[in-house]
Design a protein. Sequence first.
Length: 158
Amino acid sequence: MPETQTTDEPIHACIERWHDHMRGRLAGGLDAMLHPDVVFLSPIVFTPQVGRDITKLYLTAAGGTLGGDATGDEATDESPSEGSESGSGFRYTKEICQGHSAMLEFETSIDGKYVNGVDIITCDDEGVIVEFKVMIRPLQAINLVHGQMKAMLERLSS
């Protein structure tokens, strides 16, 4: 079946803005992208996290954790979340977008260990993120990310 891509679907503008955010080039940062009632689903936390503030906290912590071995910078509210697409070990390797949903596969390395995962992003008709799900593999990576995310969340929350 031939693949067709409709660039006027809301997810395309949403993901373009996400990439701008990742590069530190989006005015308003995550506040401009996240719905007030966004749902964040983490590979580390069992229950869904609801709301812009808690989602920003988790994405910022992920930025400090998943940035990879090439960066030692701690994420801040102004810095790109989930590392950076350039200048760190984090990089997106595949992208699938259709309608209101996108799957962005990423790779990085933490403490010399390979981390592979996906960000599954759902937006509304205006291209605002209403759900953000992160899945990670292999098991060693999940265990490593769990420990580092816990420490990063404690630092960001204090």
